[in-house]
Design a protein around this ligand. Structure first.
Ligand code: NAD
Length: 467
C-alpha cells in the first residue's frame, strides 16, 4: 500500500455481428422505446457551450442497441423485453430558482427509476445543460445493468437538471439542488432510491441534497451517497470510479500481453473519473501521453504528470493552461494519439463512426457512460481493440456508493484500505465473470456484460413474481 495513491495521501500532499441493426449516426429519428412517455419537450437553457465533437446518435439509442443485441441472444420473449426496456417510474419536475439578476429561471429536473427488481434504485444526478428525459432514461437503464453486472443489491435510476453549474454562483447552485430535492423527495429514500454524484455534481451538492431531505425526514445520511467525509461520506468514494477503471485495466492487460507498468495512456475528460484514473495509472508506472478536458487537448510523448495536472485543475486551472511542456493539439486529434490504453472519461457519444477508425490504442477502458457508439464499437472490434465496456469498467463508483450506504445504515466507518480492497475484489470478480462469458460466447465483452446483467434482473423480477 505504501506507494498507492489514496484520497488520504492526496489530501496529505495537497489538499456485434448478427442481431439488431446498428443505429445510424446523423440519422437519429424519433425514439421508439415501448412504454416510455412522450418525447421530451422541456425547457432548455439557450446559452450553451460550443458543441463538442460528439455523435448524433443519442445515449438512449446506444443503450437500446446493446439491450436489443443481448435480448436477441438470450431469446427474451417480447413481453418480458418490453418490461425491461421501459422505466418503472419517470418524474419530471420544474426547478424554479431566482438567479442573480433577480429573475426566476425555470430549469427542468428529472428522476427516472428504471428497474428495482434487485434492490433500491441507485444512480447519479447530473447537472448539465444537455440533460433531457431521453438521456436520463438511458443512463437509468445503464445503471440497472451495471449494478446487476457487478452483483450489488440495487436497481437502476438516474436524475438530472438541465443547468450549467459553471455559470451559477454557489448560492444559486445550492438553490437548484435544494429546489430539485424538494420536488423529488417523495420518490427517494434509503430503501427506495439513493442518488449520487455524476457530471456537474459533487460531494458538496450531495451534502445540500442530504440536508434538504433531512428537513422533511430527519437526519438520513443513507439517502444519498458520495457525501463529504465529515457528513458520513465513505473514504475512497471520490476516487472509486477511477480506481475501478484501473483495477479492471490491470485484469485486462494480460489479455493483450501488456505490462501495466509499461503502458502509455490517453485520457479524454479530466474531471473526477479521468483525473483519478490517470493518477492511479501513473502510480502503476504507466505514462500519460495525451489528455483533454472541455478547454482543449494536449499531447506529450515524454509524459504529462497526472498528479501535477490534478493539482492544477483542483486549483481552478484547465488542461490547456497547464505548463507541462506538452503540445496543444486539436481536441479532435486526441483519439488519433498512439497509446496502449485510451480512457474516455467525459461525455457520451465521443467515440463515433467518424473518428473510431483513427484510434491507435490497443485497449479502451470506458470510464464515461456510453462514450462509444455501436458503429464505433464495431470499427474498433474489427481493428482488434480490446474494449472494457462502461457497464463494467466504471462501476467502481456505484460499488463504493453501496459501501457508503452500508456504512450509513450501520453508522459505522470502514478505513480507506478496507474500502479499496473490497472494491478490488468486486471489480476483479465482475471482470472475470464477464470475460468468461465473452470467451464462452465468442463475443466481445460488451454483449457478454449486458447478457449477464439482463439475466440477473430477469431472474430477480420473475422470482419476485413481478414478471
Ligand atoms: P466531471 O464533471 O467531474 O468531469 C467531466 C470532464 O469531462 C471534465 O474534465 C470536462 O472538462 C470534460 N469534458 C467535457 N466535455 C469535454 C469534451 N468535449 N472533450 C474533452 N473533455 C470534456 O464528471 P465525472 O464525474 O468525471 O464523469 C465523467 C464520465 O464518467 C461521465 O460520463 C459520467 O457519467 C461517468 N461516470 C461517473 C461516475 C462518477 O462516480 N463520477 C461513475 C460512473 C460513470
Amino acid at each position: 500500500m505504501s506507494d498507492e495513491v489514496t484520497e488520504e495521501s492526496a489530501q496529505q500532499q495537497d489538499e456485434a455481428a448478427d442481431g439488431p441493426s446498428v443505429p445510424q449516426e446523423g440519422e437519429s429519428g424519433p425514439h421508439s422505446g415501448e412504454g416510455h412517455g412522450s418525447p421530451d419537450k422541456s425547457a432548455k437553457q439557450t446559452e450553451e457551450e460550443p458543441a463538442p465533437s460528439r455523435a448524433e446518435v443519442s445515449n438512449y439509442e446506444i443503450v437500446e442497441h446493446w439491450f436489443n443485441v443481448a435480448a436477441d441472444r438470450l431469446d427474451l420473449p417480447d413481453d418480458i423485453a418490453a418490461v425491461l426496456r421501459s422505466s418503472y417510474r419517470e418524474v419530471q419536475v420544474q426547478v424554479p430558482v431566482r438567479l442573480g439578476e433577480g429573475k426566476v429561471h425555470v430549469f427542468s429536473g428529472y428522476r427516472v427509476q428504471h428497474n428495482g427488481a434487485r434492490g433500491p434504485y441507485k444512480g447519479g444526478i447530473r447537472f448539465h445543460p444537455e440533460v433531457d428525459l431521453d438521456e436520463v432514461r438511458a443512463l437509468a437503464e445503464l445503471m440497472t445493468w451495471k449494478t446487476a453486472i457487478v452483483n450489488i443489491p440495487y436497481g437502476g435510476a438516474k436524475g438530472g437538471v438541465n443547468v450549467d453549474p459553471s455559470k451559477l454562483e454557489e448560492r444559486e447552485l445550492q438553490a437548484v439542488a435544494r429546489s430539485f430535492m424538494d420536488k423529488i423527495e417523495k420518490v427517494l429514500g434509503p430503501q427506495r432510491d439513493i442518488p449520487a454524484p455524476d457530471v456537474g455534481t459533487n460531494a458538496q451538492v450531495m451534502a445540500w441534497l442530504m440536508d434538504e431531505y433531512g428537513k422533511l425526514h430527519g437526519h438520513t445520511p443513507a439517502c444519498v451517497t458520495g457525501k463529504p467525509i465529515p457528513l458520513e461520506g465513505s473514504l475512497g468514494r471520490e476516487a472509486a470510479t477511477g480506481r475501478g477503471v484501473v483495477q479492471v485495466f490491470q485484469e485486462a492487460a494480460p489479455e493483450i500481453d501488456l505490462d501495466p507498468g509499461e503502458a502509455t495512456f490517453v485520457v479524454q475528460g479530466f474531471g473526477n473519473v479521468g483525473a483519478w484514473a490517470a493518477r492511479l495509472m501513473q502510480a502503476l508506472g504507466a505514462k500519460m501521453v495525451g489528455v483533454a478536458d472541455a478547454s482543449g487537448a494536449v499531447a506529450g510523448e515524454d509524459g504529462i504528470d497526472a498528479e501535477e495536472l490534478a493539482r492544477h485543475v483542483r486549483d481552478g486551472g484547465k488542461v490547456t493552461d497547464f505548463d507541462s511542456g506538452a503540445e496543444q493539439i486539436d481536441p479532435d486529434d486526441l483519439v488519433g494519439l498512439e497509446c496502449d490504453v485510451f480512457i474516455p472519461a467525459a461525455l457520451g457519444g465521443m467515440i463515433h463512426k467518424a473518428n473510431a477508425d483513427r484510434m491507435r490504442c490497443r485497449m479502451m477502458v470506458e470510464g464515461a457512460n456510453s462514450p462509444t457508439t455501436p458503429k464505433a464499437d464495431e470499427i474498433l472490434n474489427d481493428k482488434g481493440v480490446l474494449i472494457v465496456p462502461d457497464v463494467l469498467a466504471n462501476a467502481g463508483g456505484v460499488v463504493v456508493s453501496y459501501f457508503e450506504w452500508v456504512q450509513n445504515l450501520q453508522h459505522f466507518r470502514w478505513d480507506e484500505d478496507e474500502v479499496n480492497k473490497r472494491l478490488g475484489k468486486i471489480m476483479r470478480r465482475a471482470f472475470r465473470e464477464v470475460a468468461e462469458r465473452a470467451r464462452e460466447n465468442g463475443t466481445p465483452m460488451r454483449p457478454a456484460a449486458y447478457e449477464l446483467g439482463i439475466e440477473r434482473v430477469v431472474e430477480a423480477a420473475s422470482t419476485r413474481g413481478y414478471i
